[in-house]
Design a protein around this ligand. Structure first.
Ligand code: SF4
Length: 245
């Protein structure tokens, strides 16, 4: 296996490539796959190595048939924008490695904004996916269990600043908000299945998204991603890549 494991794929999504930037997050969401075993579909996304943009670019360069990739996501187990400059630099540099139609996206909790109150990264992306996950601070604290104070306010400030920035600069970058439906308790990490988990009010989340003028995606809990059976799948993806010297 290449160390650190930077790019990965998910079963049934051959057209998507994911970039794992950092295993650190200001949140500890009760549904996070971080609490679901050591591997995610057979990939080790929990490395502690500090990854730089050269390594990301190199990992992409060694992935063959990039023309088959329609979507690239900066999205792993952690908040990618904690490594703000790394993500910006890598996003800038990898665009020319894919066909011009390839969508470059980042998935964020928005909580990075507390440490890096900036939104200028958007100019390098076609899609910004933001995890809203709750209609109120109280619910957010129950579901996303932030390790920092005022995380929900940071998320809301980020969304407002993002909206203003896009409008002021007449940018066409798409934004999607999401909420995780926590109803299917058996798909939560084992440690969270004993009690009734807090549930987001999806209608209220939709109102928040509507007020910003962005769509809201309702996500289901990811299941079985920790099963040992996925190691074969991950090996196939890894073997598909050219060796990194
Ligand atoms: S924001 Fe994402 S990476 Fe962070 S704890 Fe929540 S689900 Fe996990």
């Amino acid at each position: 296996m290449d160390t650190p494991e930077i790019i990965y794929q998910m079963p049934g999504q051959d057209h998507r490539l994911f970039i794992n930037v950092v295993h650190a997050c200001p949140n500890a969401c009760l549904f996070c796959v971080d609490f679901k075993g050591d591997a995610f579909y057979g990939f080790d996304l929990k490395q502690t190595a500090i990854i730089n943009s050269d390594q990301i670019v190199s990992a992409i360069e060694h992935y063959p048939c990039r023309d088959n990739i329609a979507e690239v996501y900066f999205c792993g187990i952690g908040e990618p924008l904690l490594r703000y400059e790394t993500v910006v630099d890598a996003a800038k540099r990898i665009r020319s490695l894919f066909s011009p139609k390839t969508l470059i996206a980042v998935n964020t909790s928005g909580t990075f904004y507390k440490r890096h109150p900036r939104v200028d990264f958007v100019q390098h992306f076609d899609l910004i996916q933001v995890s809203l996950n709750a209609e109120s601070e109280e619910k957010y604290n129950a579901i996303c269990r932030p390790k920092v104070k005022w995380a929900y306010q940071a998320l809301m400030s980020f969304l407002s600043d993002l909206k203003t920035h896009l409008m002021r600069n007449d940018m066409t970058c798409r934004v999607e908000l999401s909420v995780v439906d926590t109803t299917e308790v058996n798909n939560l990490p084992i440690g969270e299945r004993g009690s009734t988990p807090p549930k987001p009010d999806i209608e209220q989340c939709k109102i928040i998204a509507d007020n910003f003028g962005w769509p809201l995606k309702v996500k289901k809990l990811i299941k079985d991603c920790e099963d040992d059976s996925w190691h074969k799948f991950a090996d196939e993806v890894r073997n598909y890549r050219a060796p990194i010297n």
